[in-house]
Design a binder for this molecule. Structure first.
Ligand code: C5P
Length: 257
């Protein structure tokens, strides 16, 4: 059952007052898109959110923000595992509703750390190489769980990450698990970053993506795993528009009465 009662059980602290009862033809309000690194989750989620006029939540940016804050604060990596949730909350992470990134784009949540916007630093190599270590710490996940639920539940959301459908929004209206061959993911990542698609770059990028996947899938808390009720979408042979259209089709499919 996915009605209001189930929602209240899954989100006991959230403000559900503004969420209208779900009719059979109402489009999905919470769409969870999970998958391995470089599978195109964020760009896909952003496009789906724009079409459905729902805010987009890139949950990876939260884990990146924690990593950035720990590095900025000079907390030695060896001590990260000893953090408790209060210490993580004290880093001052906030998700602010922000204007669209581009005209016609979806509303989105912007991450702030202690009143500052970390901007492009979140995507730096320094952060990318350490983010799965920070994300494996139970205290980090506990601190971010409620923040994500409280923010998204009021407005509806298209959220992408690793545990959106399994842990954060187990009652999501639609769950997608996005996959693609590692070679293809590496190729897309190089193109996205404007780098040369040479055999050596491909091999390096692929190794980095696979190492991150192993850490994300192998951790004890909220590992990367497909939710049993998620739709698996292999985008290896699909172009971007096709994959967005397929998710929109699923989101608009009338729900069982
Ligand atoms: O999606 P992105 O590559 O920005 O995520 C960065 C890292 O954040 C992932 O490799 C993973 O370790 C962590 N993450 C997570 N759970 C999420 C989203 C991201 O553990 N829901």
């Amino acid at each position: 059952m996915k009605g209001d009662a189930a929602g209240r059980d899954a989100y006991p602290h959230a403000d559900l007052g503004a969420v209208p009862a779900r009719g059979p033809r109402r489009p999905a309000r919470i769409i969870a898109i999970d998958g391995p690194a470089g599978s195109g989750k964020s760009t896909t989620a952003r496009a789906v959110a724009a079409e459905l006029q729902l805010p987009h939540l890139d949950s990876g940016s939260l884990y990146r923000a924690v990593t950035w804050a720990l590095l900025q604060g000079g907390v030695p990596e060896a001590e990260w595992a000893n953090l408790d949730p209060e210490e993580v909350r004290a880093l001052g992470l906030r998700l602010d509703p922000a204007s669209p990134q581009e005209p016609g784009g979806p509303p989105r949540f912007r991450v702030e750390v202690d009143g500052r916007d970390p901007g492009e630093a979140l995507r730096s190599v320094r952060v990318t190489q350490r983010v799965s270590t920070a994300a494996a710490i139970p205290a980090v996940r506990t601190a971010l769980l409620q923040l994500q639920r409280d923010t998204a539940r009021r407005t509806g959301v298209v959220a992408d990450g690793r545990d959106m459908g399994t842990v954060v929004f187990p009652d999501a209206d639609l769950k997608i698990f996005l996959v693609a061959d590692p070679e293809e993911r590496a190729r897309r990542r190089l193109l996205q970053e404007g780098r040369e698609v040479s055999p050596i770059n491909l091999a390096r990028e692929r190794a980095l993506l696979e190492a991150r996947d192993r850490r994300d899938s192998g951790r004890e808390t909220a590992p990367l795993v497909q939710a049993t009720d998620a739709v698996r979408l292999d985008t290896t042979g699909m172009d971007f528009r096709e994959q967005v259209e397929e998710i929109l089709r699923l989101a608009r499919t009338p729900l069982d009465p």
